[in-house]
Design a protein around this ligand. Structure first.
Ligand code: ADP
Length: 219
């Protein structure tokens, strides 16, 4: 496992959970908050904890906010602070900034100013719970590490023909390892297998390749 350098800004319930879990999983975690008591609460649970105002660009620069593999901005309520911290981190060159938002408008603003990922914990968890209760199967299988995933992609009019004709391994760099046809799973399908609408292709590949295939299929 590659040990990641992570910066977590904002140590409320969400930020604290992110910071301490990343640390437990073996990553290097710098955790900062403007409130001393929030910082103190995690001192022994992360690599380094510090008091810092994330709206102050110089302060962000002084901790090298642009050099972390992951920056998580977990300031929910104070959207102004969240925006400034996001702009600051991106401006310093941070490659992957994940922001927490409390509502849809804030989420859109954060995306616009360059957040690489925006999550709305309560909203997203609500959707997940509803999907689970309704029996919807998640399309994403766990990440296999090294950016490799196994996912299901539904066959539609853009994915017609046989596996051989589709030639997904050469065109996208992904491998079809099974076909789920109305719940009946065929492992190692034949190259001349004719795909039917609504078949689910179980595909393994690099996340970028899977994204490209998803865009192609219009998912
Ligand atoms: P949660 O719902 O996860 O508890 P909050 O939005 O309530 O999230 O918590 C945000 C955290 O961010 C708080 O601990 C707060 O002190 C911290 N915070 C707010 N503004 C700043 C800032 N400018 N710089 C650093 N941390 C901040």
């Amino acid at each position: 496992m590659k040990v990641k350098q992570c910066l977590v800004i904002g140590l409320g319930r969400f930020g604290t959970a992110v910071a301490t879990t990343l640390y437990e999983l073996g990553h290097e975690v710098v955790a900062v908050d403007i409130e001393e008591e929030h910082v103190q609460a995690v001192t022994n649970l992360v690599t380094h904890a510090a008091i810092l105002d994330a709206t102050d660009e110089r302060a962000l620069r002084s901790i090298g906010a642009g050099d972390f593999d992951e920056v998580v901005i977990a300031i929910g309520t104070d959207i102004r602070a969240n925006i400034l911290a996001t702009m600051g981190a991106k401006g310093l060159g941070a490659t992957h900034v994940v922001c927490k938002a409390t509502d849809e408008i804030s989420a859109r603003v954060l995306e616009k100013i360059g957040a690489d990922e925006v999550i709305r914990p309560e909203h997203d968890m609500g959707v997940r719970v509803a999907q689970r209760l309704a029996g919807v199967k998640r399309k994403d299988a766990p990440d296999l590490g090294g950016n490799i995933s196994i996912v299901e992609i539904e066959v539609n009019e853009r994915l017609r023909g046989t596996l051989k004709e589709l030639n997904l391994s050469n065109r996208f760099g992904v491998q079809v390892i099974a076909i789920n046809r109305a719940g009946k799973v065929e492992v190692t399908p034949r190259a001349d297998e004719l795909l039917r609408p609504h078949d689910l292709l179980v595909v393994v590949g690099d996340n970028h390749a899977i994204d490209a295939l998803r865009r192609f299929s219009g998912e």
